[in-house]
Design a protein around this ligand. Sequence first.
Ligand code: HGY
Ligand code: MN
Ligand code: MN
Length: 414
Amino acid sequence: MDGVIAPSADRVREDLAALARLTDSAQPGWTRTALSEPDVAGRESVLARMREVGLDARIDPAGNVIGVRRGARGGRMLMTGSHTDTVPSGGRFDGMVGVVGALEVVRAFDEAGIRLDHDLVVVDFFGEEPNRFGLSCVGSRALTGVFDTAMLDVLDEEGRSFGDALAAVGIDPATMMASTWPWDRVDAFIELHIEQGPMLEHAGTSIGLVSSITGISRFRALFGGRRDHAGTTGMDRRADAGCAAAGTVLAVERIARSGPDGAKGTTGGVTFTPAAVNVVTEAAEMRGEFRSIDDEWLRTAEETLASCAAEESAGRGVTVEMEWLPQAPRRLDGSVTEMCRRAVDDLGLSRAELFSGAEHDAAFIAARSPTAMLFVPSVGGRSHCPEEWTELDDVIDGIRALAESLRRADAVRR
Ligand code: HGY
Ligand code: MN
Ligand code: MN
């Protein structure tokens, strides 16, 4: 079956292109990082598009853009959407496909004369990617009531607090938590997203059904040494914070390589102070993460890294402090995923089941309401880079699968 809706490839192409134009042109690729001007413009443009397609739309106190298509019965809700912020120099599809896809589902439902019983809620979640303060999924954390207000005091490299950075883009940190959603009225959340890995393309498969979303343990390590002259201080008299950090970077790689299948470890940033070629490094800051769907392994990896960092530091007379921000792996809902599976089969699309090594707002929503995710293939498995690409036909198949899945979820009476 072709499905009863007919998404328009032209509209989807134009919506993706319109978002792609809102980028920080000083950087290569596509850059619309949370808290930046292009991100504000991006969310404003999504708000305008939501209104154009007839949604009752607003930006909530946590910066999420939320649009509602009223259902025939009301009261109960189905939710879909994703995010439109990007990593620095990222691509044009990560997150955008789920937001643009949701808007196209609304237009296609209207054209097909489909009115759901449920209210259909479309969300562009604020700040999904880790921001410069190290916090991701800000909007979905606030909507699900788990935003940690201690984060508001975290400082960026210029000494500005996250709370002030939010206020500068019109988000009042004092009222952010007022965004909490009535999750007991949401019967299903379904997020359409690009795979960001190679599996669907290798298998020649159209749709991925996501079983679980990875857990993540993010950390910040601060190494404290002593500033000295690089030419006159003997190698045995130094407290070089940079060397302790470098040893810890390699430990992250070693620990992840010896982890279970799918385990990952990455150091995403290291800064040395002073950054001067002829001064022994006094302080080093390192940020990184481990990922796995095995929560127990994540705890072990945290402990192992902490003892490696302590060892690298102690031998050099350096101090080390580590802060962890753990996020548990999340299994998605079996019955909503089953509805998606049937929808995909009825559409005659091929499918595979896989876990997500990428983080998603869906992991937070899944703690509150039944949640499923649909993936579409990423060319070459590339993502978080300018080369990130998904063929338009694959995006359209994903939109058809999303629409059919929502119709099935709508048919379940509560
Ligand atoms: O970092 C991630 O996994 C995601 O793409 N936000
Ligand atoms: Mn991403
Ligand atoms: Mn994403």
